[in-house]
Design a protein around this ligand. Structure first.
Ligand code: UDX
Length: 436
């Protein structure tokens, strides 16, 4: 099927490449010329496992191309809308200016029978507005939210755990759902469930899923706060809770909390929209979820200060990690970098290292010290802070090797990802988050 993907960021670039790998004929469109040049030459402009491989295959097969010209979308049967919806400057709501601009640019190229499939994360009610705006073109709007995780984006797009399609309850709506069934024929054949809903429910599924995941993480981080004062261990608690299949162990990783380009801004936008709808009280807990999350960053900084005797001024601190999570170079709202910035603000001589996100971190925070190699960051450090759980730190770094590089054997495990007993046995003072 011929299709266009409008917006080629973390979501759109992966979607375009994945659709081509499923056999479709895809054009990816973005206003950023540099990004388009990079994608068109088969290079992912950001770190995402398997993406470059998929881009190269798609381009070589002739099924995938990229363009800055929105008119190249004309003639596609399906147009995926995959532009970003960041937080409005100075507020909590979602900034829909890129969605609005994309719909306006695409409008003259939509033809009767086309399907415009929204993938961007938007406040509930946005889709109905877009459906109204494109009605005169004869195209039909469907809402098809994306649930991909960075670092697993290719896998999540090709083998999604569910496909949700919101449509209007009329004949055009059910035709649009059929078109999307055809688009996703391969994952459907491998067993991905396909759920057809109304537009508003489809929009809500995405917001609700992210709100639930964020709540689960903040729940265990709240337990970490209690464990800290009760002399208990939150990692053992999470393990014990996780055996209850109604609860499950995933997303019960206590530490410095969640960040990235989705969860933080999505729960704020969700709460802001609920307030606009007069039901802010229904999701008032999301403010607490956000507050618990941000408190973990304070706690990590406090642990470092306490571990160094109350003062970090002039102390050399190795910060292992800058990305908001492993297998990503994304530093948007990264708790790891936030901890580094705060320690620098207290006068510490901070040296940050990360296997993928260092260029992004350097550009955003030039005031921090950086080391390309992990061991250079560790050299002469008075304390080591692990803030992104890359394998390079959690498994490949042995406490003995690290001990040979540092000045002080003090480690703060912001992700509870190290083997505390092994580090202690090697003579380190180990501090976890919510652990004895
Ligand atoms: C998330 C959702 O998982 C995805 O479905 C949605 O489409 C977009 O937002 P992503 O932002 O890629 O995906 O990251 P995710 O893997 O969910 O992690 C989010 C943050 O939570 C990271 O900072 C991670 O370190 C943190 N996290 C995750 C925890 O602190 N503890 C956990 O147990 C799990």
């Amino acid at each position: 099927m011929r299709m266009s993907v409008i917006g080629c960021g973390y979501l759109g670039a992966v979607h375009a490449a994945a659709m081509a790998s499923l056999g479709h004929d895809v054009v990816g469109i973005d206003v950023d010329e540099q990004k388009v040049v990079s994608l068109a030459s088969g290079h992912a402009p950001f770190y995402e496992p398997r993406l470059s491989e998929l881009l190269k295959e798609g381009i070589a097969s002739g099924r995938l191309r990229f363009s800055t010209r929105v008119e190249d979308a004309a003639g596609s049967a399906v147009h995926f809308l995959a532009v970003g919806t960041p937080q409005v400057p100075g507020g909590h709501a979602a900034d829909l200016r890129f969605v609005d601009a994309a719909v306006e640019a695409l409008h003259p190229h939509l033809r009767p029978g086309d399907v415009l499939a929204g993938k961007s994360t938007v406040p509930v009610g946005t889709a109905a507005g877009i459906a109204g705006r494109i009605r005169t073109t004869g195209a039909t709007l469907a809402w098809n939210p994306e649930f991909l995780r960075e670092g697993w984006a290719v896998h999540d797009t090709i083998t999604p755990d569910r496909i949700v399609v919101g449509v209007a309850p009329d004949a055009n709506g059910s035709c649009a759902a059929d078109v999307l069934r055809e688009v996703y024929a391969a994952p459907l054949a491998s067993g991905s469930p396909f759920l057809v809903t109304d537009l508003a429910t489809a929009e809500l599924v995405k917001g609700a899923a992210n709100a639930f995941l964020a709540t689960k993480i903040s729940f265990i981080n709240a337990m970490a706060e209690i464990a800290e004062v009760a002399q208990a261990d939150v990692t053992l608690l999470a393990e014990a809770l996780g055996h209850d299949t109604r609860i499950g162990r995933r997303y019960l990783g206590a530490g410095i909390g969640f960040g990235g380009g989705c969860l933080p801004k999505d729960i704020r936008a969700f709460a802001a929209r609920a307030e606009e709808l007069g039901r802010g009280d229904a999701v008032g807990f999301l403010r607490e979820v956000d507050a618990i999350n941000l408190r973990r960053r304070d706690r990590a900084v406090q642990l470092v200060v306490d571990a160094l005797g109350g003062l970090v001024f002039g102390k050399r601190i190795a910060v292992l990690g800058a990305a908001f999570k492993p297998f990503s170079d994304d530093i948007r709202d990264s708790p790891a970098l936030d901890v580094a910035v705060r320690l620098r603000g207290l006068g510490a001589d901070v040296v940050v290292t990360d296997p993928a996100a260092l260029d992004n971190a350097r550009a955003a925070h030039p005031q921090l010290g950086y080391a390309d190699e992990r061991d250079d960051a560790l050299r002469e450090a008075d304390a080591v802070v692990v803030v992104t759980e890359w394998e390079l730190y959690r498994r490949e770094l042995t406490p003995r090797h690290a001990a040979g590089l540092v000045r002080g054997r003090v480690v703060i495990d912001g992700r509870n990802c190290l083997d505390a007993a092994a580090w202690r046995a090697a003579g380190w003072t180990y501090h976890g988050m919510g652990r004895r």
